[in-house]
Design a binder for this molecule. Structure first.
Ligand SMILES: Nc1ncnc2c1ncn2[C@@H]1O[C@H](COP(=O)(O)OP(=O)(O)OP(=O)(O)O)[C@@H](O)[C@H]1O
Ligand SMILES: [Mg+2]
Length: 221
């Protein structure tokens, strides 16, 4: 019998709480006996992390929206083929900090690349591969940006070139488009998505996530 893995992605704007909740989910799944791989996009493999640098670092380059989208999907193909699918084939739970929905939200809803082009390239690169479950942590833009700023302020001092802030420096109206984009995408695929009000406390959100994962993992046999 082939082991059946499970793929969970976390989406949402900056400071929504993705990374915080992902760590909690990993610990909880491991404590109940699951093998878990935690990964992120863009990146996740050494090769894809090189593409990440081109996309997120301040001196990474001035890409237009479509070029960005192609770079994201180039990195994603490597990540999916060499890390995510093999881990799933071993029966592992893969948790990814952002996945393809972020590309649609940022490059299409944010930067105006057509959703038709996104859909075509997604089909070429991923076929019908998609997360089994996607959490959208939804938070008002001003709150998310405040939370995100707190994290950046507390990190060790990095050189300008090292700072991963190309997207964080975009203005508030951009982040609003992003938020609405994520909600639109989630409304289109209600089976895959679980939208969570990320104004709730950390513990309330964690409980919500654990319940949803529990339900879906039981179905995944
Ligand atoms: N529900 C919450 N209530 C209050 N603070 C929160 C909540 N969730 C996260 N935070 C805090 O907000 C900050 C940002 O959280 P986190 O880094 O997990 O967000 P993120 O979605 O991963 O952001 P980014 O997209 O920038 O990586 C952290 O300081 C975290 O402790
Ligand atoms: Mg994060």
């Amino acid at each position: 019998m082939t082991a059946k893995g499970f793929f969970i992605s976390f989406e949402g704007g900056e400071g929504a709480g993705k990374t915080t909740q992902i760590k909690r989910l990993k610990d909880w799944l491991e404590s109940s006996g699951h093998a878990v791989i935690l990964t992120r996009e863009p990146g996740g493999t050494p090769e894809a992390e090189k593409i990440r640098d081109l996309l997120v670092k301040r001196d990474g380059g001035n890409w237009d929206g479509l070029t960005e989208l192609l770079l994201f999907f180039a990195a994603r193909r490597h990540h999916v083929e060499t890390l995510i699918k093999p881990a799933m084939a071993e029966g592992k739970v893969v948790i990814c900090d952002r996945f393809a929905d972020s590309t649609e939200a940022y490059q299409c809803f944010g930067h105006g690349v057509s959703t038709d082009i996104y859909a075509q390239i997604k089909t070429i690169v991923l076929g019908d591969f998609a997360p089994n479950l996607t959490f959208l942590l939804d938070v008002p833009v001003n709150i998310g940006l405040k939370r995100s700023k707190r994290v950046n302020d507390s990190t060790t001092v990095l050189s300008d070139a090292e700072v991963e802030d190309r997207f964080e420096r975009l203005d508030v109206s951009f982040h609003e488009k992003l938020r609405q984009g994520f909600l639109t995408i989630a409304a289109r695929e209600t089976n895959r998505f679980k939208v969570i009000d990320a104004l709730q406390s950390l513990d309330e959100i964690t409980t919500c996530i654990e319940n949803a994962v529990n339900d879906r993992l039981q179905d995944n046999v």
